[in-house]
Design a protein around this ligand. Structure first.
Ligand SMILES: *Cc1c(COP(=O)(O)O)cnc(C)c1O
Length: 352
């Protein structure tokens, strides 16, 4: 039986005591080759895969980091965890705190979090506080609180978060028996791109793989501090999970980009929503807007001719979170659904 990523990748993770492991059997997520979308966007000679992290226990990749962060907090006898969150970190922290018997405190930017994520934090039993400010303000507050109060910070500046998250790179390499040529993913606080790069490098050093991918990150155009090389004080994007103006792992992300000869560029909200729609209608996969920045970026690079397609390529797009968390983006103003009388004749017109 699969028992979560700490037990699976134990040799790569620093955990002392098995009895202290806090897990919901996260990881081991769906890895799938896209069947229709690549040719629909004019890509030939390319295998495009998605790693659907939305199928983790709380619906995002945050569970990979949280199993490690909460396990270490548990090892250290901590009784409570705290985080600032655009939504998914709070959902994950709340669930892992619940199963380990710890308290969870989450600070969210006021009114800017998807309702599905808020519902998760509440139902898992976290103490949820909305801050009249943005994510960066909330993060600043929890860092300060964790310095003076008896509570463990589980944002991605907690180094154990990235340790857990790097296992997604291992899973991709285990599936492909190599690293992909390009790893494409959204960049918000920039922990994940840093964690993946760490994972690929560790597998390379241990001779599990003989190549390394180009780390190819995408920020939302209204929240693209790394692309613009400046702090964005009022980040705005429909992709709330990457609505971040001053990423905590900024330096690590730039190092991942440069060491891998990759890139970090911007995609617009419109491009993100087109990608979300395409992925759902062509492939049957519903990912949340932030996740779809990876596919939007793929489409953009493909149409700009930025990918060397003279040889067969493996491209992996990371779909970081589940679309069910944020249905408002799809349902928008009102439900655009036709209402029919329960009348067979009228319904039969559908088929003609
Ligand atoms: C957290 C999150 C991101 C951004 O990841 P970072 O590590 O902050 O760059 C992207 N997508 C989703 C769904 C997330 O929850």
């Amino acid at each position: 039986m699969y028992e979560g990523l700490i037990r699976k990748y134990r040799n790569y993770l620093d955990v002392q005591d098995d009895s202290k492991i806090v897990t919901l059997n996260e990881g081991n997520t769906l890895f799938l080759r896209l069947k229709n979308l690549p040719s629909a966007i004019g890509l030939k000679n390319v295998n495009v895969y998605v790693k659907f992290e939305g199928l983790n226990p709380t619906g995002s990749f945050k569970d990979r980091g949280m199993t490690m962060a909460v396990t270490k907090a548990n090892e250290n006898g901590s009784k409570a965890v705290i985080c600032a969150s655009t939504g998914n970190t709070s959902a994950s922290a709340a669930a892992y705190a619940a199963v380990s018997g710890m308290k969870a405190f989450v600070l969210i930017p006021d009114r800017k979090i998807a309702l599905g994520k808020l519902a998760q934090a509440i139902v898992y039993g976290a103490r949820v506080i909305a801050i009249d400010g943005n994510f960066d303000d909330a993060l600043n507050m929890v860092v300060r609180l964790s310095e003076t109060e008896d509570v463990t910070l589980v944002n991605s500046i907690n180094p154990f978060r990235l340790q857990g998250q790097k296992t997604a790179a291992f899973e991709i390499c285990d599936a492909l028996h190599r690293a992909p040529d390009y790893l494409m993913l959204p960049v918000g606080n920039a922990g994940n791109i840093s964690a993946y790069w760490m994972g690929f490098k560790e597998y390379y050093e241990n001779r599990e793989i003989a190549n390394l991918p180009k780390m190819t990150g995408f920020q939302a155009a209204g929240a693209a501090p790394i692309v613009e090389n400046r702090v964005i004080s009022n980040p705005e994007t429909v992709a709330t999970a990457i609505r971040i103006g001053n990423p905590a792992s900024w330096k690590l992300a730039v190092a991942a980009r440069d060491e891998s000869k990759g890139s970090i560029s911007a995609v617009t909200d419109e491009e993100i929503l087109v990608a979300q729609q395409l992925l759902a209608s062509q492939e049957g996969i519903f990912a949340e807007p932030a996740s779809c920045a990876s596919v939007a970026g793929l489409i953009k690079k493909a149409s700009a001719g930025d990918l060397e397609t003279d040889r067969p390529l493996d491209i992996v797009c990371v779909l970081t979170g589940n679309g069910l968390k944020d249905t408002s983006v799809v349902l928008k103003d009102e439900l655009k659904i036709d209402v029919f009388r329960p009348d067979l004749e009228q319904l039969r017109t559908l088929f003609h």
